[in-house]
Design a protein around this ligand. Sequence first.
Ligand SMILES: Nc1ncnc2c1ncn2[C@@H]1O[C@H](COP(=O)(O)OP(=O)(O)O)[C@@H](O)[C@H]1O
Ligand SMILES: [Mg+2]
Length: 267
Amino acid sequence: MLEVQDRTDDRIAELEQQLKAMQLQLLQAQKMSSVGALAASITHEFNNILTTVINYAKMGIRHKDAATRDKAFDKIMAAGQRACKITTGMLSYARHHGDRREPMELTPLVEDVLVLVEKDLQRFRIKLVTQYESRPWASVNSGQVQQVLMNLIVNARQAMESGGTLTVVVRTNPEGTHAEISVRDTGGGIPADKLRRIFEPFFTTKTLDPQGQGGTGLGLSLARDVMESHGGRIRVDSAIGTGTTFTLKFPLVQPATLPVAPIQKVG
Ligand SMILES: Nc1ncnc2c1ncn2[C@@H]1O[C@H](COP(=O)(O)OP(=O)(O)O)[C@@H](O)[C@H]1O
Ligand SMILES: [Mg+2]
């Protein structure tokens, strides 16, 4: 009898492990599909950057005076730096981070995601507003949190079909216990009967959009899983006709201080 119980326990442990592995794979697959969906607008932006570089290089070749050449170099430099920011953001987003967490500042993590979606938002006439009220740290898996943010931003964009404003706020809660990131849109809002179900896996009101995003109903259910595994929460506030705000809440950690190098005694 005891042996049967042992075998059942082993089997349950094995299944739990398999489930966890599959959840991680699902997360990664969902992330890669959003990278694919962004590829079109990012490639387009790269084209614009290259056009800038080529045109200013031509100008610098044609005009030998120092002032024109300085201007040309400045423009080429700025274009190169912008391109670099985008590739860095893309690499950091796409990299598989496993499920490790480490203390980090949340604002740079938010900025890396915004670099990737900026052009997409412009294309849909959505104004982006950022409010960094404080610079909180939390212990996070950066890839997973960026993915959650990406899902929230794509949802917000899809809720504002005829333009609007997307506001991203980073702050510390008034009690000083949690770091918060919120994503607010000026879309149509979510009716009460749907609001109850939005975190259910596969609950969706969409079909795949022309950019190939959304429609799986997995975004928010994955977001909730990720926030729970971070010891955090995801909250939604929505008002019909006004818009929707999603807030991610993480336990606050102290900023990491750089390790001080031990003083070396010479001689
Ligand atoms: N910002 C938002 N505004 C309005 N509705 C939203 C918003 N975010 C999510 N929803 C609703 O929640 C549903 C589930 O979202 P999600 O889990 O991301 O799946 P999907 O985007 O694939 O539909 C959406 O289909 C939509 O009805
Ligand atoms: Mg979604």
